[in-house]
Structure formats: C-alpha cells, structure tokens
Design a binder for this molecule. Structure first.
Ligand SMILES: Cc1cn([C@H]2C[C@H](O)[C@@H](COP(=O)(O)OP(=O)(O)O[C@H]3O[C@@H](C)C(=O)[C@@H](O)[C@H]3O)O2)c(=O)[nH]c1=O
Length: 194
C-alpha cells in the first residue's frame, strides 16, 4: 500500500498495489497489521456501504462523544471526498482537504477521529464503502452545512446536475456554531473513551 500525504498531516491517501493478469486484477483493500503500523492504531468495528446518484452530497457529519475514524473507498464510480479538522488546538484546525476517490484510482482516504466527513458524487452512481472505528450513534450525530462560507470548501462543479441532499443535511448548522473536539484529548489516545 502506497501512502500519499495530504495538506492535513493526519489525513492520508492509501493506494493499493494491483496485480493484473489475463483474468483481471487483484488487490488487498485492508491489512490490519500494516494499517496499525503505518497509519493509526485503531480497530474498525463497523463497515458501511452506500449507493448514491450523481449530484448527491452526503455530509458533513461527525459524532462527538463516540468519534469515528473512517477509512473511505469507492467500489463503483467517483466521488469528491472531504474532511474538515474539528480538533480545537490542532495545527490544521478548521482546514479541509478534498480528494477524488474512484473505482479507477482505487484510492482510500483515512480520516481520523475529530473530523467532519462528507462527499459529492461525480459519476452516474457511486458505491462508497467505509470502515468506522466506532459504532453509529444517532443521538450523537452532528452535522455542518456543506457550503458553509467560513469553511469555503471548493466542491467540484457539474453543469446541469441538480444537487441531491437529505433534509437533515440541508438544515445543518454553521461551522461557527459547531461543537468541537479537544485535540489533546483525542491525541492522548482517549478517542473512544476506553
Ligand atoms: C450512518 C448510518 C445510518 N444508518 C441509517 C439511518 C438512516 O435511516 C439511514 C440513512 O442515514 P444517513 O442519512 O445518516 O446516511 P448518510 O447521510 O449516508 O450518513 C453518512 O454520511 C457519511 C458522509 C458519513 O461520514 C457517515 O458517517 C454517515 O454519517 O441509514 C444506520 O443504520 N447506520 C449508520 O451507520
């Protein structure tokens, strides 16, 4: 697995080694010992998959008491995947990074706990699969408006493609009003309150 650094030190892109032959190709999508050694010492406890049509935007979501690190990849289609650093005291607090993840480039984005996450769909449909380091906790869910002016996320533009977004995400609050993480608490390893 090749590691590609992003503008946010703790956010990484992973690119698998692909073995092609006359049948097609093969690649490993996840290897626990490698991940713990090179990326982060987390255990994934929940895997999610969603299918979205072109122009769908999901996000920006996070859980505060049960923060989730997420390892995101795309099985079919292409998305623009975004995360925002919500760790007060982090050198990159308030910054975002956006990366194109697709079935073609096979890239995965590692987003540690303490970030809001969302994505926008560029292909006719996209199947997104992600591993989470803590369980879904609907009572602990928070969201920030995708087009918050303070964040200024530069989402890709698609002409004549209507935006598809849930009511919940349409009504999300601003970055200024967002509940935040404590960088020191997260980096002290107490991420999951264990
Ligand atoms: C996220 C989630 C949803 N659900 C249910 C609740 C609801 O009925 C239905 C759809 O939920 P949502 O509208 O919240 O799905 P969605 O907008 O796709 O939510 C996801 O967005 C991306 C960007 C993330 O980062 C994820 O962590 C998650 O927040 O699925 C679960 O059962 N388990 C889960 O882990």
């Amino acid at each position: 697995m090749k590691i590609i650094h992003t503008s946010i030190a703790d956010v990484k892109l992973l690119e698998p080694q692909v073995f092609g032959d006359e049948r097609g190709h093969f690649f490993e999508t996840f290897r626990d010992a490698w991940f713990k050694q090179h990326i982060a010492s987390v255990d994934f406890v929940q895997d999610n998959q969603s299918l979205s049509t072109q122009g769908t935007l999901r996000g920006l979501h996070y859980q505060l008491q049960q923060p989730q690190g997420k390892l995101v990849r795309v099985i079919a289609g292409e998305i623009f995947d975004v995360c925002v650093d919500l760790r007060l005291g982090s050198p990159t607090f308030g910054q975002w990074t956006g990366q194109y993840l697709s079935a073609n480039n096979r890239r995965q984005m590692w987003i540690p706990a303490g970030f809001a996450h969302g994505f926008y769909v560029l292909s006719a449909t996209a199947v997104c699969h992600y591993r989470c380091s803590d369980y879904y906790a609907p009572q602990d869910e928070h969201s920030i408006r995708w087009n918050d002016t303070g964040l200024g996320i530069d989402w890709p533009k698609q002409n004549n493609v209507p935006l598809i977004i849930s009511d919940k995400d349409r009504q999300a609050g601003s970055f200024n009003d967002a509940k935040l993480f404590d960088f020191n608490r997260l980096t002290a390893g107490n991420v999951h309150g264990k």
